[in-house]
Ligand binder design. Structure first.
Ligand SMILES: Nc1ncnc2c1ncn2[C@@H]1O[C@H](COP(=O)(O)OP(=O)(O)OP(=O)(O)O)[C@@H](O)[C@H]1O
Ligand SMILES: [Mg+2]
Length: 358
């Protein structure tokens, strides 16, 4: 069965899975164009008449948070009939850096070549979610990497919160990065998704986001929200924090889910929580226990975490042993916790973080 991106969108609207959005509809033809171009037969070229895939102009879809970029990309991936790989850009670049490291260790003269070849081998299309470049090591290799991809006829579809010209903004040695921006603009159609609706906010709107006590019913409600926001898909996201790695095992489309214990009983500090707040739009925390001097270190980390989430305007969905103001009621630290409790209350309000910018 072949599925056309536009028809697939219609089908999902008809089934009630999504709401019709003219801004989203406006970019469907661009996705459908990529899907169709990918179907073209490879052309036999050169002395040995090797079959070379036809180059396909990809799509760079950018816009504010929660507008449906990742949803549209997933829909596109579901419709594509050629080998396609959907990967979080951050995870992809980590894989590339690891590959480069290994290639250099084994003495490869040009480390990028074998790494790029490995990526290209099995795909016709790469779908990158959340392209952003903050790391100088990434900034300095993406140009050659993407050149290799495009040369091999791999089409790239990507989502981003930034217009290409703003990628790696204020980054070190940015002038060396500019050819990459030019390359993107040459090989990809750049489209903004201008929907006025932040659907992620919308989905949580008017819905409880703090469940107490943390019993089976709370878990079921947390599961339902997780499923609603991610479609049940999830991959691990590894964050680099001060040269260390911090893994969030459950992550998809800006939503991460963790157990309180796995986050606050570990030796994590402000830098880790800030990194999470930067990367994640919605953080779901299961099983926040009552806090007291018996788990004072966990409590202290939780306070730091909530501050980071609050500053970063991250949406919090949680199950807890008690309401915020009853979580930490006696002993050292209870007074300091008042601010945290108040923030936890505020973060449950309907329009919390509604004005967040990408
Ligand atoms: N038209 C729609 N109707 C209903 N829900 C939608 C619609 N578009 C998107 N959503 C849902 O809204 C949530 C946010 O969408 P999505 O993750 O695609 O946003 P995004 O543009 O990728 O945001 P970000 O920039 O933060 O990654 C998802 O759960 C998605 O399924
Ligand atoms: Mg997204």
């Amino acid at each position: 069965m072949t599925r056309d991106v536009i028809k697939e969108y219609e089908a999902r609207v008809a089934s009630g899975e999504i709401r019709r959005d003219p801004a989203q509809e406006a970019v469907l033809p661009a996705l459908e164009r990529v899907r169709r171009e990918l179907l073209a037969e490879p052309v036999k070229k050169g002395l040995f008449r090797r079959a070379v895939p036809q180059p396909v102009t990809g799509l760079y879809l950018w816009g504010g948070v929660g507008r449906g970029k990742s949803m549209l990309m997933d829909l596109f991936v579901d419709c594509v009939e050629v080998p396609v790989r959907r990967v979080h850009f951050h995870a992809f670049m980590q894989e590339i850096q690891e590959g480069l490291h290994k290639a250099r260790e084994s003495g490869a003269e040009d480390a990028l070549r074998p790494v790029a070849e490995k990526v290209i081998k099995d795909v016709r299309c790469l779908a990158f979610d959340e392209m952003q470049i903050t790391d100088i090591a990434d900034a300095m290799i993406v140009g050659r990497l993407f050149e290799a991809l495009f040369e091999a006829g791999v089409a790239v579809v990507t989502t981003s919160n930034r217009v290409p010209d703003d990628l790696y903004k204020h980054g070190l040695n940015r002038q060396l990065f500019l050819p990459f921006i030019a390359l993107l603009k040459e090989k990809m159609e750049v489209r903004e998704l201008v929907s006025p609706v932040d659907y992620r906010q919308d989905r949580l709107q008017g819905q409880p986001v703090y469940f107490t006590p943390a019993d089976a019913a709370a878990r079921a409600q947390m599961d339902a929200i997780w499923h609603d926001l991610t479609g049940g898909r999830s991959e691990a996201l590894t964050l680099k924090v001060k040269g260390r790695e911090l893994e969030l095992p459950q992550f998809h489309n800006g939503v991460a889910r963790v157990r309180f214990h796995d986050l606050c009983a570990r030796m994590l500090g402000p830098a880790d929580f800030l990194a999470i707040a930067e990367e994640v739009e919605v953080l779901m925390i299961d099983d926040i226990p009552r806090l007291s001097r018996h788990n004072f270190n966990e409590a202290k980390r939780f306070v730091t975490l909530v501050d980071a989430l609050y500053e970063g305007k991250v949406r919090l969905v949680a199950s807890a042993a008690a309401a915020p103001e009853m979580l930490f009621v006696e002993g050292d630290g209870a007074f300091e916790f008042e601010r945290t409790a108040s923030r936890l209350e505020e973060m449950q309000s309907v329009d919390w973080a509604a004005d967040k910018e990408a």
